[in-house]
Design a protein around this ligand. Structure first.
Ligand code: FUB
Length: 469
């Protein structure tokens, strides 16, 4: 491909759909408690999984997505679930994965058979798994309901720390193996100076939810990291009965902590909780958080969202507002390589599933649905044909390829027949009716053929374009 000159700073204005919704970044599943991690030029975001229709956090599995450009997110499926931990029985809550020396340590928390919460760790050689429970038992188990929301960080001197907590905040020094610890578990003292507010002894969560008296306290969801020699502890605090994101800083990894204020508060979130993670990627800083704003969502149907922000000169974090537009691309998609159908900037009327043979694929595709892929770089020569791997257990449908918007120029259409099964895959090649050039948004639009509206049409595994010779 002849390289098109890209000025990423103006990419957003080149792409006509840039003002369309980008948050929540995943539309196919609920994805609470996002924990971002950077590895080899990609951002991985590890999330929980809220179950639609429940009225509590009865969560059973954890998901992974990744992106090289911050807008197109590839679904890597469900590498771990409660079943991966023989000691876990319910409430697979917030987690974080960190890399050390080429191994990936995914710290999770779950309810044990003793009816308390404990922290465990799964390990893998790859950021997307397979992961295996490293210990066959919890790493942190003190019989407390405060053993939730682990966050790990490996400091420049090689010492790793694990923080966690709900109401009470704890840390421990991890050994180099990342699956054991040295020394005692330490509870971090809380004061107005360190975390902005203080729970009165005996003060119930119900009273706290009413939100009087003390505006901000450490509630849960710590996120521990270091930037420019300063240690940051972001966490879910409280504003008038709804969680906000607040932060404290320290000159050492173990405090004393100094309260710095709220980062995200008073937003139209539709969720009682918030839970976040912060990263620097390709020259920008990003806050990941969750909302209940996906259709059908709420406090128990939460989804990952992301905003870009700039640290102030003194390292302080500004107030960050939730947006529908999210962030602009920091890279482009190469259409001439194999691209997974489950790489999406936005989608409607479809979801994803996985099996051993195909891996993750797009399924439950219905008329009126679509997948949007942003900032696809066709280059100066452009594309002349399109191919897609598809399967249909019933009568199939039409996969239209459109540029720039849902109603934009249709450059190709694949007539998908009944292939013999939902996992009986065929690759279809079709010429483009007109060339695709430059950086464009691509829409894969799903249509039925004079058949019952609402019926499942076909499954979609991967796609690519072919460049003009
Ligand atoms: O997702 C379940 C729990 O809700 C998490 O562990 C907390 O941080 C809150 O987001």
């Amino acid at each position: 491909m002849k390289k098109t000159k890209i000025v990423l700073g103006i990419l957003a204005s080149c792409v006509s759909t840039a003002l369309y919704a980008q948050n929540p970044i995943i539309q196919t599943h609920f994805t609470p408690d996002p924990a971002p991690m950077i590895y080899q030029d990609r951002v991985y975001v590890y999330t929980g999984d809220d179950l639609p229709g429940y009225d509590f956090y009865y969560m059973t599995k954890w998901r992974v997505y990744s992106s090289a450009d911050m807008v197109n997110w590839t679904d890597h499926g469900v590498p771990i679930s409660l079943e991966s931990f023989s000691w876990a029985r319910d409430r697979g809550w917030a987690a974080q994965c960190v890399e050390r020396d080429g191994k990936f340590y995914w710290y999770i928390c779950a309810q044990t058979i003793n009816n308390d919460m404990a922290i465990g760790v799964a390990v893998s050689d790859s950021p997307t798994g397979p992961f295996k429970d490293a210990l066959g038992k919890p790493l942190i188990t003190t019989g407390s309901w405060s053993n939730i929301d682990p966050t790990a960080y490996v400091d420049d001197d090689g010492q790793a720390y694990l923080y966690w907590g709900n109401a009470h905040l704890y840390y421990v020094k991890l050994n180099k193996d990342m699956i054991s610890y040295a020394g005692d578990i330490t509870e971090v003292p809380q004061s107005v100076a360190s975390f902005g507010g203080l729970r009165k002894p005996g003060r119930s969560d119900e009273a706290l939810k009413k939100g009087e008296e003390y505006e901000d306290v450490f509630v849960e969801g710590p996120w521990f990291y270091k930037r420019n020699k300063k240690y940051y502890l972001m966490y879910a605090g409280m504003t008038k009965g709804v969680e906000c994101l607040s932060y404290s800083t320290s000159s050492t990894p173990v405090g004393p902590w100094q309260y710095q204020g709220k980062i995200m508060t008073g937003q139209p979130t539709n969720s009682f909780t918030n839970h976040g993670g912060v990263i620097d990627f390709k020259g920008n800083s990003y806050l990941f958080y969750h909302t209940g704003l996906l259709p059908g969502g709420g406090s128990y149907g939460r989804s990952t969202a992301v905003e870009a922000f700039n640290y102030n000169k003194d390292g302080s974090i500004p107030n960050i507002a939730m947006s529908k537009e999210g962030v602009t691309p920091v890279g482009t998609v190469d259409p001439y390589k194999k691209n997974e159908a489950e790489m999406m900037a936005w989608s409607e009327k479809c979801t994803t599933a996985e099996n051993a043979e195909t891996g993750v694929y797009v399924t439950q595709i219905r008329t009126g649905g679509y997948i949007k892929v942003r900032a696809v770089n066709f280059g100066d020569r452009g594309a002349e044909s399109f191919s897609a791997r598809l399967a249909a257990g019933l009568d199939g449908g039409i996969l239209e390829v459109r540029l720039d918007s849902l109603a934009g120029t249709q450059v190709a259409a694949v007539q998908v027949p009944r292939t013999g099964g939902w996992n009986t895959w065929q690759t279809f090649d079709v010429p483009l009716s007109q060339s695709a050039l430059g950086i464009r948004d691509v829409y894969f639009v799903f249509k039925g053929q004079n058949i019952t509206a609402g019926r499942e049409l076909f499954n979609f595994d991967h796609w690519s374009f072919h460049e003009k010779k």
